[in-house]
Design a protein around this ligand. Structure first.
Ligand SMILES: Cc1cc2nc3c(=O)[nH]c(=O)nc-3n(C[C@H](O)[C@H](O)[C@H](O)COP(=O)(O)O)c2cc1C
Length: 227
């Protein structure tokens, strides 16, 4: 039985989208099944794309969450222009999800809680790297990370990895690092079909009120699209 979208498109696409992400993870179809491409748009209108990890898709009220450096290229672009797009693709499943929406910052307490679940090496990375800023060499980068680790109380002697987990002090989240929520206003679920007769379902809705969160949205409208 070929994989298809339901004949009658569901009124809300997000539970189905979330189940696709869960299935890709459960079946370990690739090394990072929760990887998605995020597109931001700079002030001059030029888009840029990069892969990040989707840490959560909250179907109700409808946003996905990823973590990054707020001062990075994507961080500054998304702060200035809140329109963003996300794309998942699982080649092994013949499925693609296209998402469009509006960005907000995750609540600080949520970012704090997530940061504390991370390995100390990743915590140090968040302090040690001025993501997207130029640096003259790999060696300078390693030196910068080591010296910031020492400032945080890590007993790093040579390099950044010579430390046992027992010696690690609590590392607080840097204020310039945390979560973004992408509030979902459009979704396309795509299923690969034989002879390029793919299945495409498209849903959209509008934001009625973004303040205060959670965003208030209109109901979804949906249609099928030709492949
Ligand atoms: C599989 C994969 C997962 C990644 N996950 C993240 C992530 O969750 N957060 C992040 O900031 N960068 C992540 N990156 C690195 C980004 O792709 C990118 O290099 C970095 O965020 C800088 O992007 P920017 O300069 O456009 O802001 C990941 C890269 C790959 C290939």
């Amino acid at each position: 039985m070929p994989d298809r979208l339901p004949e009658k498109l569901p009124p809300d696409p997000l539970p189905l989208a979330a189940s696709w992400i869960e299935e890709a993870s459960a079946r370990e179809v690739q090394r990072n099944p929760n990887a998605m491409t995020i597109v931001s748009v700079a002030k001059d209108g030029k888009p840029s794309a990069r892969v990040v990890l989707c840490k959560e898709l909250v179907a109700d009220p409808g946003y996905l969450v990823f973590y990054t450096n707020y001062r990075s290229r994507k961080g500054t672009e998304l702060a200035a222009n809140k329109n963003a797009a996300a794309l998942f693709h699982w080649d092994a499943l013949g499925r693609q999800i296209r998402i469009g929406g509006t960005i907000s910052r995750s609540p600080a307490a949520e970012s704090d809680a997530y940061f504390q679940t991370r390995h100390w090496g990743s915590q140090l990375g968040a302090w040690g790297s001025d993501q997207s800023a130029p640096i003259e060499s790999r060696e300078a980068l390693v030196r910068q990370i080591s010296s910031r680790g020492i400032e945080l109380g890590l007993s790093l002697e040579e390099g950044t990895r010579r430390i046992s987990n027992e010696q690690v002090p609590r590392i607080d989240r840097p204020p310039h690092w945390g979560g973004f929520r992408l509030w979902i206003t459009s979704v396309e679920l795509w299923v690969e079909g034989a002879d390029r007769i793919h299945d495409r379902g498209f849903w959209s809705r509008d934001i009625l009120d973004a303040e205060p969160e959670p965003f208030c949205m209109t109901p979804w409208t949906s249609t099928r699209l030709q492949p």
